[in-house]
Design a protein around this ligand. Sequence first.
Ligand code: SAM
Length: 307
Amino acid sequence: MAIPIRTEGLARDRHPDGGGFVGRPVVRTNGAGSEAANRIARGPVGPGRDDPRTPGTVYLVGAGPGDPELLTLKAARLLASADACVYDHLVGPDVLSLVNPDAELVYAGKERGHHTLPQPDINTRLVDLARRARVVVRLKGGDPFVFGRGGEEAQALAAAGIPFEIVPGVTAACGVAAAARIPLTHRDHAHTLTFVAGHLRDGTMALDWSALARPGQTVVVYMGLAGLPELCRQLVAHGRAPDTPAAVVQHGTLPTQRVVRATLATLPARVAAEGLKPPTMIVVGEVVSVAESLATLAPAQVLAADP
Ligand SMILES: C[S@@+](CC[C@H](N)C(=O)[O-])C[C@H]1O[C@@H](n2cnc3c(N)ncnc32)[C@H](O)[C@@H]1O
């Protein structure tokens, strides 16, 4: 009996400068593909899809933490079939290279303190695009619903009567932790996992320090680099031990990844000395010490044999 084999993934051509992978989504089949597989390849179908009076669909797509191989198959397929793509600054060139070359590309920006398009303008642009394009991809770093304003954009689309779908991505906390070999939970160290946004407002972070300082938990801080000294100071002031392991990971999952592991007492000085730059993720908790025992083995050569 013929077994249907169909894979959809990224063609792995080496980038000319030797870093990362670039490529286009590819489909391979042994000719015995199922209807379900073919539907994935064709993309969404439905009444009115080609009717100009019917708005297109906006897909809020998670691009993952950086490594294009961490995209979902659905994200790769939608990028390849997009008529328009609105993307943030955290989406790297390797992921953007997967977008349909004929698609309209819109840069929405959103670096710290530098929003190329204000959020209301992004919302309006998505609605406008959906009225003249079939497949509109709103491509956001990590997962659209984790510190990504995906909720606000979905609300705007719903209010305007535009069909939309959320395509989850690997959020930076999970991608970065895996790449830095920090298990976010561990039965010996952490039963609670907390994600917080650590941006500063007037030099402080509006966080529940007493809750974050409780032992037996891992705290992962997005957007926290500028406030790192304040973060470490507050956690210690609220009872977390100064020798609690903590790490900062820059450009997690990318060839430029750098990891600094220290303690709450020493991390700010170590990170300043190393000159780490955003995007970075801060991980606080005993799980960081597990990474030391996992760092000794070389990575598995899973990409060595291209199909
Ligand atoms: C506006 S938040 C968006 C988060 C995104 N929606 C997600 O689910 O990962 C951006 C922050 O995510 C973190 N981040 C994203 N990608 C990262 C990476 N590759 N390495 C380290 N931190 C990253 C940084 O803290 C950055 O400031």
